[in-house]
Design a protein around this ligand. Structure first.
Ligand SMILES: [Zn+2]
Length: 431
């Protein structure tokens, strides 16, 4: 069941409570709402010696979306879940637009500006801004959760597959020797290596088969260098021929080339790993193969937050996920630093950037607007504010955006924190 995070009057994280208890505390005036997202209540009186469980934050970092789950390891209960949508692509696009504008300006008849391309240095561990923003999003949310919940450990999917486990299954635990988990690591490896495409017809399929390039019946081994990804049709069609006999000698050559080092496949995850270690919490790392195996064995569907809950060896045997509605968090950035917006040709022809503070509000603030009946926009609205210098602002509410709400009707609910929030998709009832 979804839980509500609670902090003491001194803002020390306490045991998250059930929604019914939170409602009772709020109606009895024993607690107040501290934040809307994540919904946090603060007690008015110090609690009397409640045992605080230790929770684990589990992360499944992705390029577009990162899954987050807070799990109580003793009960196997998922306490809270969220999915963070990153803005990596937007960062890339904004930088590309800026670069194009500068390039264009250099061609025009302006004063001479010497080119400045070789006077920049990058600090050690530098990441491109689009990747850095993803890392920062995740670290931000780990820190925010630590402020409101008793977090004792972190789990994190560091790599998609473990190369060592694929090549030397004998060196590891019984699960690998029996082949079950090793198969999942290998499958993950093959998916990446063959780019989610059939090695023979190059089509994307929904169900994959692992094809032996030199068939088992012809003495081919189970080594990863003898495996390729194939769709069902090609696998059947190929039968007991080798890839060369099947007129695909290139597949045989490609299979012998190992995929580049697992670390290089995902540099951001290693950067994130270093940042997570700096929190001082014990960080458990897992592989994508293990995550998938954990999730499938527990009969859970594929979502980002369930993947996160299934990361690592520490995953409880029974995960209680019923009733969890993940919070959909979208990274929005915090206003633009551009002072003058150019047109499509790079000429500054729009009005200079107006103030970012209007009537004490900023874009991104969550507000409640009570518009009186005398106004055409009469009604009560709750949403995310986009300020306009005239005072007539836009309000993004759950049903849609409403324009022309004056700032004087707005009351702050939560100040902008760089993210927008929605209710995520609930699980189907049979799970
Ligand atoms: Zn195929």
């Amino acid at each position: 069941m979804q839980r509500i995070v609670v902090v003491s009057p001194e803002r020390i994280p306490l045991s998250p409570c059930r929604p019914a208890r939170a409602r009772w505390l709020l109606t009895q005036q024993k607690a107040a709402v501290l934040r809307r997202y994540p919904f946090t209540i603060i007690l008015r009186q110090p609690p009397s010696g409640m045992a605080t469980p230790l929770l684990r934050v589990k992360l499944d970092p992705g390029s577009k979306t990162t899954g987050l789950a807070v799990v109580n390891e003793t009960t196997g209960e998922v306490v809270w879940a969220a999915e963070v949508t990153h803005r990596g692509q937007q960062v890339t696009e904004a930088l590309a637009a800026r670069r194009a504008t500068r390039r264009g300006r250099r061609q025009r008849h302006t004063r001479y500006r010497p080119p400045r391309f070789d006077n920049r240095t990058r600090p050690k561990g530098w990441l491109p801004p689009s990747l850095a923003s993803r890392v920062q999003n995740v670290v931000t949310w780990v820190e925010r959760l630590r402020r409101v919940a008793p977090i004792a450990a972190l789990s994190f999917e560091l790599v998609r597959f473990d190369t060592q486990l694929i090549e030397n299954p004998e060196t590891t635990g019984i699960e690998y020797q029996q082949g079950t988990l090793a198969g999942w690591e290998a499958r993950e490896y093959l998916l990446l290596k063959w780019g989610y495409r059939c090695a023979y017809c190059h089509q994307e399929a929904t169900r994959w088969e692992v094809d032996h390039i030199v068939p088992r019946s012809r003495g081919g081994s189970n080594r990863i260098s003898n495996l390729a990804l194939a769709c069902h049709a090609c696998n059947q069609d190929k039968g007991d021929r080798t890839a060369a006999e099947y007129c695909h000698p290139a597949v045989q050559a490609q299979a012998r080339q190992p995929l580049r080092d697992a670390a290089a496949v995902n540099s951001t995850r290693w950067a994130l790993y270093e940042r997570l270690q700096q929190t001082g919490l014990p960080v458990e790392t897992g592989t994508g193969g293990r995550t998938k195996w954990n999730r499938t064995r527990r009969g859970l569907p594929k979502t980002h937050w369930l993947d996160a809950a299934c990361v690592g060896v520490s995953t409880p045997a029974r995960l209680q996920v019923r009733g969890i509605i993940p919070l959909a968090i979208t990274a929005m950035g915090r206003h633009s630093r551009q002072m003058c917006r150019p047109n499509a040709f790079g000429f500054p022809d729009k009005a200079p950037k107006a103030t970012s503070v209007v009537g004490g509000f900023r874009t991104g603030d969550l507000v409640r607007a009570v518009v009186p009946a005398t106004s055409a926009k009469a009604g009560v609205y709750v949403g995310r504010l986009a300020v306009r210098a005239t005072g007539f602002c836009n309000l993004k509410t759950a049903p849609g955006t409403i324009q022309g709400i004056h700032i004087r009707y707005c009351q702050p609910l939560q100040r902008g924190d760089g993210y927008a929030y929605r209710k995520g998709a609930a699980l189907p009832p049979q799970i």
